[in-house]
Design a protein around this ligand. Structure first.
Ligand SMILES: Nc1ncnc2c1ncn2[C@@H]1O[C@H](COP(=O)(O)OP(=O)(O)OP(=O)(O)O)[C@@H](O)[C@H]1O
Ligand SMILES: [Mg+2]
Length: 875
């Protein structure tokens, strides 16, 4: 305390403020800088590469300090947010020039990764969600909101596997920031480390905010209702708890009311297909596996949207494939109608390209940060809306007509913005000049007073030149001295007495006269009044916009829907896709001439070989796919998954024809790559994933299992693969199973619904040519060595490998496997296992041995029997 008393008053205030924001970097406004002190200064200077200095603070030691200029603060805030920090912005609330004593300062906002609204921090085509989780008594509630757009959603789940649901939900929504109550924190901590690594840390938030009554009140207040009766989430206590805490957190950090979070959407069970983290990754839904970039992903393939809101919407569509055939077909109808009218697509996209991010602009209006330039963007957008509606005229599918109807023209606002905002308006209001001429007579008056005065100035300059004879006399202006008459050095003798000297320069002198002072007052007075009035008028415009926010949001969402569906249509048209048939009657997946939409794009001159697929619930449940390395097994399996997924998104698919059953989930387990970051063993990971699949798959699921069991010894791996196929067979899920264990082809004819497929290759003079065509039947050779040779393994290693292989084949190492398989398989399918039953010869030998009476056999007889047995056993 004694020490604190020695601190300067400003430092005392700083520390008091900092105490309230222990987990944020406090940026403290001092004049033209935002300063950081003590530990914050050390952290920030290190992270941002700023020079660490010190400031006298009343103590013996100077306080560590670093700072950034106020006009560049956004850049630094952005870096800190991207680095996972929170930033508390402490502003000067009173004018330092006007006031006596200490300047009033307080934190006006805490910026966090889930609450940023700044354009240059946000990604255009990606929503920025803050997510809140609340767990209690076997239930978990989710609430997530995008503060930049006002989207606000809730979901609640009750069941045993809360952790799994939490994981799937988190990867689906992909939030930028997560807050949790204590119980949800334990769930979060127990998540699979690989998945956790891809998510932001879960921050424990104050428990009272999650309290049932407290949260319900907060939500009611936000929605402006007395009760949640009439909302679908009325009984969803956990979802409400999560939402209430989210609102508390937002208010706590943003320190303003966020009126645009005015609508909640409760996500119903089964409203979209859950896709776990692995499946998302393996199917490269929104980013590629290797580089984690959008380019090369399904989202990249399908995203030809022209607006940011459309882009965000399409990302949601891809992330949340639909399960309701009605909704799916509504999109498909729209895509079909559009693809039949290519010139319409062109016309529509041209208009869409002129539309700004209306959704985030509306967010800024609600948030109170809208600037004159934003108003221009809004105005330009509103101006093209009639054109947009026109472009859709004549199209009749329901999806299109409903959304076109939801686009309002906002005529009054459009007129207002057109009348009020100057077409060259700057982003910042500081210097004025954003209200259009003709909008307000008083403002025009001040402005013309200003202009008139400027004419007086020119006259004055002319007159003074004449009166004094100073030829290069000129009138100038600067911020410190105002207007002045400047006379160069050689001419100062001519200056009359009525000139008062103001400033001496190396090149000459600057003066002021009574008359100049008068004009100056008029000019500055008029400018000051004009700016004040402009600001007032702008407030009026902002208020009108504010009232329109809900209407803007509705229009923006409709545009986002239209943009997304038009994007699907143009992709379908360009790449020659077909409409899949998908409805509750279809129970099979039948694809004719299917292609992998991305691999096909990366290949030149239509080299991609199309393939058919038949999967159903009886004869064709499981495809066991064998074939050499590089033949195209993985590509084929993914292609089936991707086509199924695209159909559920409402997109056309790369095939000649496709009938797709409604699929509750797609699971994939592809390859086995070491996960060094999370420190999990490859095989362990593989088994965890397989366990998840076996525990969650249903007969309506689609499973892609690529080389299950390859991460361990051949025998263990083969046994596991075998047992897994048997288990899936009882579940009844449609399955594609690629393997190099050729023994698995024995399952055809043994297990109902298992069919063997192989991928054709041609063998020419010791090397292989890949045909990429899938046909019925099993393969018996992997051609791994040939592929190794193609890959450039040195020829001596290749020929040595061939040697070894030959020896191994001669020694018939495989027999061992067979005998183990016999044990593994008989348990479940003993009576059908004819292929593994011992041969006649073997049973004869066994019979002889069983019947042998050792007591009554002489050594010589024994030797003869042994000779006989050896002969029976053959070579
Ligand atoms: N249908 C196809 N048409 C043309 N090229 C294809 C086709 N399928 C696969 N390919 C090409 O073959 C390459 C190898 O395919 P893929 O990885 O699917 O083989 P694989 O059988 O899974 O091999 P491995 O057994 O080594 O895992 C792909 O990268 C692709 O370029
Ligand atoms: Mg493969």
């Amino acid at each position: 305390m004694a020490k604190e008393k020695q601190l300067s008053p400003m430092m005392q205030h700083y520390l008091q403020t900092k105490e309230k924001y222990p987990d944020a970097i406090l940026m403290y406004r001092l004049g033209d800088f935002y300063e950081m002190f003590f530990d914050d200064a050390k952290t920030a200077s290190d992270f941002l590469g700023l020079t660490l200095t010190g400031r006298d603070c009343g103590l013996e030691e100077r306080a560590p300090m670093c700072g950034v200029p106020y006009h560049a603060v956004d850049l630094y805030v952005r870096k800190l947010i991207e680095g996972g920090f929170k930033v508390a912005i402490c502003e000067q609330l009173s004018d330092p020039k006007a006031g006596k004593g200490m300047v009033d300062r307080d934190v006006v906002r805490v910026i966090t990764s889930g609450t940023v609204v700044e354009d240059d921090i946000l990604e255009e085509k990606k929503s920025n969600y803050l997510m809140s989780l609340s767990a209690k008594e076997g239930k978990i509630g989710f609430a997530w909101a995008d503060v930049s757009t006002g989207e606000f959603k809730l979901y609640e789940y009750k069941g045993e596997n809360l952790s799994e649901i939490a994981e799937d939900f988190l990867v689906t929504v992909s939030p930028a920031e997560i807050i949790v109550n204590a119980e949800a924190k334990s769930l979060f901590d127990a998540l699979n480390p690989t998945v956790k690594n891809t998510l932001p840390k879960a921050q424990l938030y104050v428990e009272y905010a999650y309290g049932d009554a407290y949260a319900e009140k907060a939500l009611q207040k936000q929605l402006g209702v007395q009760s949640l009766e009439g909302f679908e989430c009325k009984d969803k206590k956990r979802a409400i708890s999560a939402a209430g805490a989210l609102l508390e957190y937002v208010n706590d950090t943003q320190k303003r009311s966020l009126s645009h979070l005015s609508k909640i959407v409760y996500v119903r069970d089964n409203s979209f297909m859950f896709l776990d983290a692995n499946t998302r990754r393996n199917l490269e839904l929104t980013e590629t596996i290797r580089e984690r970039k959008k380019t090369g992903s399904i989202l990249w393939l399908l995203d030809k949207t022209k607006t940011s809101m459309g882009g965000r919407n399409l990302r949601r569509w891809v992330s949340e494939p639909l399960l309701d055939p009605k909704l799916i077909n509504a999109r498909l109808d729209a895509v079909e109608e559009l693809t039949a009218n290519p010139q319409k697509i062109e016309e529509i996209t041209e208009v869409l390209a002129k539309i700004h991010d209306m959704e985030r602009l509306a967010g800024k209006v609600a948030y109170g940060t809208v600037n004159p330039k934003d108003c221009l963007s809004m105005s330009e957008t509103l101006n093209v809306l009639p054109e947009l509606k026109d472009a859709f005229s004549g199209l009749t599918s329901k999806f299109l007509t409903t959304n076109v109807r939801d686009v309002s023209l906002h005529k009054d606002v459009q007129k207002l913005l057109f009348a009020a905002i100057d077409e060259n308006a700057p982003a910042i209001v500081r210097d004025g000049g954003f209200i259009k001429k003709g909008y307000n007579r008083e403002l025009d008056g001040y402005r013309s007073a200003g202009t008139e005065s400027k004419i007086w100035l020119t006259n004055l300059e002319h007159n003074e030149k004449e009166a004094t004879g100073i030829k290069n006399l000129k009138i100038g202006y600067n911020k410190v001295f105002g207007y002045y008459l400047e006379v160069s050095k050689g001419q100062t003798d001519l200056v009359p007495l009525r000139y008062q000297r103001k400033q001496t320069l190396t090149t000459g002198e600057r003066y002021i006269t009574e008359e100049l002072k008068e004009i100056e007052e008029k000019i500055l007075g008029a400018e000051e009044k004009a700016l004040k009035l402009e600001l007032m008028l702008f407030e009026g415009v902002k208020n009108t916009l504010f009232d329109e926010v809900p209407a803007f949001q509705k229009t923006a969402r409709a545009i986002a829907e239209l943009d997304a569906v038009v994007s699907l249509a143009s992709v379908a048209l360009k790449n020659n896709y077909v409409r899949p048939t998908i409805n509750s009657k279809i129970k099979h997946i039948k694809i004719e001439g299917g292609r992998h939409p991305i691999v096909e794009q990366l290949q030149s001159d239509n080299q991609f070989v199309a393939n058919d697929t038949v999967l159903d619930c009886s004869e064709n449940k499981t495809m066991v796919i064998t074939g050499p390395n590089m033949a195209g097994k993985s590509t084929y399996m993914r292609q089936v998954a991707v086509i199924t997924l695209m159909a559920h998104i409402g997109s056309f698919v790369p095939a000649k024809s496709a009938e797709i059953s409604l699929t509750d989930r797609i699971f994939t387990r592809v390859g086995a790559s070491d996960d060094l970051i999370s420190g999990q063993s490859t095989f362990m990971m593989e088994m965890i994933e397989v366990a998840t699949i076996l525990n969650n798959a249903t007969e309506n699921s689609l499973l892609i299992l690529d080389e299950i069991g390859r991460g361990t010894s051949t025998i263990d791996g083969l046994s596991i693969a075998w047992a897994v196929i048997e288990k899936i067979n009882t579940i009844g899920a449609k399955t594609l199973f690629a393997t190099h264990f050729h023994e698995l082809t024995e399952l055809e004819g043994v297990l109902a619904g298992v069919k063997n497929y192989r991928i054709l290759i041609k063998e020419i003079g010791g090397t292989v040519v890949f045909l990429h065509k899938i046909v019925r039947g099993g393969a018996n050779k992997s051609f791994g060595i040939e592929v190794a040779a193609l890959a450039g393994i040195p020829s001596d290693v290749v020929s040595r490998a061939k040697d070894i292989m030959q020896k191994l084949e001669e020694a018939d190492v495989g027999r061992d496997t067979n005998s183990i398989m016999l044990g593994a398989a008989t348990k479940n399918a003993s009576k059908q296992m004819s292929l593994f039953e011992v041969s006649e010869k073997e049973s004869e030998i066994m019979g002889i041995l069983k019947d042998l009476n050792m007591d009554g056999t002489t050594p010589l007889q024994a030797f003869a029997i042994l000779m006989d047995l050896k002969e029976k056993a053959g070579k």
